[in-house]
Ligand binder design. Structure first.
Ligand code: MTE
Length: 306
């Protein structure tokens, strides 16, 4: 089932039902029966991820009403307002550069044979707000291994669709389109790095980057590029949109780091989206995923390479 933008929020899985289903799934997983987890709304079959946080996820409403997706405008409400215009079927992703099997892959091809895992991450955005989002996706490494990474490849570059007829924000030059991002190959191969195709057990809402987007949970949100149409393996560090736009404020690495402030604001605390009060909490280095990723940066000065 495609996510229908005209559905009312009350029509889709409410948080409490979702949590019950999730607890059921966790139980099934403990018994080694992960794959039997039946989605309550018949959408996507998933198994729980070992990397999920125990934190309560934000509501579907929070996750789909407060977004950054400049292709649809610069306001946080613009994506919810305008992204329904985007056609996401058919969809293909060009995979090229230093790969064994370059080509134009249909979305169904990319997800074929991969187990969709449900991963709940605390996702921090560029202006230091945080959400907990139950993504559905699979490890990027599965795809890269399938297409074959050549030994000389050191980075992975990503590009978003350019289609100003459907993406109203692209009719002005607020950013240098297409939106671009990149990861070092070892970051891309880390099991925390996923390609997400849905959330809350449903296919991806357009405003969250349908039909396929990156999620890199230990980095600021802007690394998690939406609506991907191209993945290129390269030898050189690829261009990244916010780094190109303002290299003083946004580095290539963009690891969540309370010790390195953004020139215009502190990164030491983050605002939690949801609830009646704007709660703040201390930011955790690498967004709390240090045990899985700190080794990637062991030899680097993260204040220099931010
Ligand atoms: N991807 C594209 N193509 N265009 C964008 O403007 N914004 C980024 C990232 N991916 C953006 C993008 C930023 S700044 C953030 S914080 C996250 O998407 C927001 O993801 P969410 O709306 O699913 O929470």
């Amino acid at each position: 089932m495609r996510f229908k933008p005209d559905l009312k929020w009350s029509d889709v899985t409410p948080n409490a039902d979702y949590m019950n289903r999730r607890q059921l799934m966790m139980g099934a997983g403990a018994l080694g029966l992960g794959a039997i987890a039946g989605p309550a709304f018949g959408a996507i079959e998933t198994v729980p991820s070992p990397y999920s946080t125990d934190a309560e996820p934000n509501s579907l409403e929070d996750i789909t009403a407060y977004n950054n997706f400049y292709e649809f405008g610069t306001g946080k409400g613009d994506p919810a307002r305008y992204a329904a215009a985007l056609t996401t079927d058919p969809w293909s992703v060009q995979i090229d550069g230093l790969v064994g099997k370059p080509g134009n892959y249909d979305l169904a091809d990319l997800t074929q044979g991969v187990t969709m895992e449900e991963r709940i991450y605390r996702f921090r955005c560029v202006e230091a707000w945080a959400m907990v989002i139950p993504w559905v996706g699979f490890e990027l490494s599965h795809l890269l291994n399938r297409v074959g990474v050549q030994p000389s490849a050191k980075y992975v570059a990503f590009e978003t669709l350019v289609r100003p007829e459907e993406m109203v924000g692209q009719r002005s030059a607020v950013l240098d389109w297409p939106y671009r991002e990149g990861l070092r190959l070892d970051e891309a191969m880390n099991p925390l790095t996923i390609l997400a195709t849905g959330l809350y057990g449903e296919e991806m809402p357009n405003q969250n980057g349908a039909p396929i987007r990156l999620v890199v949970p230990w980095k600021y949100g802007f690394k998690s590029i939406k609506s991907i149409v191209r993945i290129t393996l390269t030898e050189e560090e690829p261009p990244a949109t916010w780094n190109m736009q303002n290299p003083r404020e946004y580095g290539f690495y963009s690891n969540v780091n309370p010790e390195v402030d953004h020139p215009r604001w502190s990164q030491a605390s983050e605002r939690l989206i949801g609830g009646f009060f704007a709660k703040r909490q201390p930011t955790q280095k690498f967004n709390g995923y240090g045990e899985y990723v700190a080794d990637l940066y062991a030899d680097m000065d993260l204040a220099e390479q931010f």
